[in-house]
Structure formats: C-alpha cells, structure tokens
Design a binder for this molecule. Structure first.
Ligand SMILES: [Zn+2]
Length: 283
C-alpha cells in the first residue's frame, strides 16, 4: 500500500513536470472507488475543465490538488491511492491501461491518469474549502516529518491503549501517513517489539521512535518509495526503497543489527516482521 514516502514521491514526481497547461477535458470510469467524499459532492470532475493546477500538496497519504479557474472559486481534487493506486503521466496517444479510473487531459497533450486495480482509493473534486473540510482530512494526526512533534503528546494520547504499538502507529488520527512498512522498520530501529502495548512506551521511547520514523520515512522518500507489487512513480518506474528495508519482508533472514533470525507475527489481521532478540517487549 502506498504510504507517506510513496505518495510524496508521486507528488514530487508530478511537480517535477510542467503541468501549467489548462485542463482540457476529464474522464472518469463508471466504476466506484471505495472511499467516498462526505456530503453531497458539489461538483463533478468536468467542473475542473478550463482550470490549471496551481499546486499539489500532501497530507498523510492524501494528495490535495489546488485548481484555479478564472472567475471561479478555487477547486480541489482529493486523491488517495488506496491499496494499489498509481497516479502517473502519459501522452494522450498512449493507450490507457486497464483499471484507469480518472484522467485529466491537459491542453499540451499530457494526461494525468489514476489507475487503481483494487479500487480502495479515492478521487473526489469540489471547492477547495469543501475538500479541506472532509472528515478524512480533518481527522488526520500530525505529519510525522514535522519538526514540531512532541513526544509527550503521543505518550498522553495512548496512555490507556492496550493495543500493540505497531497497530497504534497505523492509526492515521494519531500520526498521518505511516503504514505497515515504515512502522515495523521504525520499531526495529529502536528495538521495541511490535506487540508492546502502546501505553507502555515512555516519553523517551516516543522521542526515539518518532526520530526513527522520520529517518525511515525520509530514506523512503530519498529512494523514491518502496515498490512491492503495484507502486510505480509518475513515469512508471519502481522505487528503490525495497532494497533498503532492514526488517519488513525479511522473516527468516538474519537481523542486520544482531544476526538473530527475524520472525513474523500477525496483529489486527496484518503481519509484521521483528527481531526476537533485540526488540524488547515492553509491558
Ligand atoms: Zn536483532
């Protein structure tokens, strides 16, 4: 599933191209995506025609596009890549691949295409203010790469939580953008067992964990994201971070830190890999 570094790689990849041409037309497949906007969608994608992409920002795993149009209020486009989504650039004459669900055709012969085989993603358009008020955006916790994260805040937030810290890190309302890959990588880096109850982490644990999260997320961005099955950048290339993972997907192999054999477990229906030797089960 695309996590923060993959979504950020898509954002940066899009912005590295000249997207200043006017949106000439839009196309939406007739297949619904899993995530819907809340409240009546005030405009459909055709309202974006004639507009230009002013900027693309990221919040958690969401891309928020600002689209300006003469004599109109600013429009927003909200995209989530779900489990398997890709957002890429193509020339108008390139065939659309299967599972293409949204196309923005620019006047200069480029197309921005959202492809999502499993359709767990989201693509909604509306006035920018309406997009910003979507519950899925409002509910998001702080950005993990912010330089203002307060360990005490996290200690207090999870003070009564018995659920495993790995699962807590996936809670987008606690911290935005973290998924399974980067959660298990950060826990391995700080030597905390993924099943440790969240309440057992002290302020110092959180300080180290937040710092490790920033490190693994930044490395993921620098590597252009992790490509396990579906993820591709905007020009269709794979990221490189899968070659840099220390623990995710390495069950049965030796821990890079202590040489013990890595193991895997399951929690909340999702597997995790950990080192049974140096990752301590806090209680
Ligand atoms: Zn180890």
């Amino acid at each position: 599933m695309p996590e923060l570094p993959e979504v950020e790689s898509v954002r940066r990849g899009l912005l590295a191209h000249d997207l200043s041409a006017t949106i000439a037309s839009t196309w939406r497949s007739d297949k619904a995506l899993r995530q819907k906007g809340k409240g009546t969608q005030p405009v459909d994608f055709r309202a974006l025609v004639g507009g230009t992409i002013e900027t693309i920002e990221r919040r958690g795993k969401y891309l928020i596009w600002t689209i300006t149009k003469p004599a109109s209020e600013k429009c927003g486009l909200l995209i989530h890549l779900g489990m398997s989504g890709r957002c890429g650039l193509a020339r108008t004459n390139e065939p659309r691949v299967e599972h293409t669900h949204l196309v923005l055709r620019l006047a200069d012969d480029q197309e921005i295409r959202l492809v999502d085989p499993r359709r767990f993603g989201c693509a909604i358009a509306g006035p920018l203010a309406w997009i910003a008020e979507q519950p899925c955006i409002v509910a998001l916790g702080p950005e993990p790469l912010s330089d203002r994260l307060d360990p005490q805040h996290f200690t207090a937030q999870v003070a009564k939580q018995n659920r495993p810290i790995r699962d807590t890190l996936l809670d987008q309302t606690l911290i935005a953008g973290v998924g399974n890959i980067y959660a298990v990588e950060a826990l391995h880096a700080v030597g905390i067992h993924p099943l440790s109850p969240a309440r057992s982490l002290t302020k110092n644990h959180w300080r180290d964990l937040l710092s490790a999260l920033q490190e693994v997320l930044q490395r993921g961005i620098d590597n252009g994201g992790t490509s396990l099955k579906d993820f591709r950048n905007v020009t269709g290339e794979v990221g490189k971070n899968q070659d840099d993972l220390r623990v995710y997907g390495r069950s049965g192999q030796a821990c890079y830190r202590c040489k013990a054999t890595l193991m895997h477990g399951t929690s909340a229906g999702r597997t995790f890999t950990y080192c049974p030797s140096h990752q301590k089960h806090l209680s």
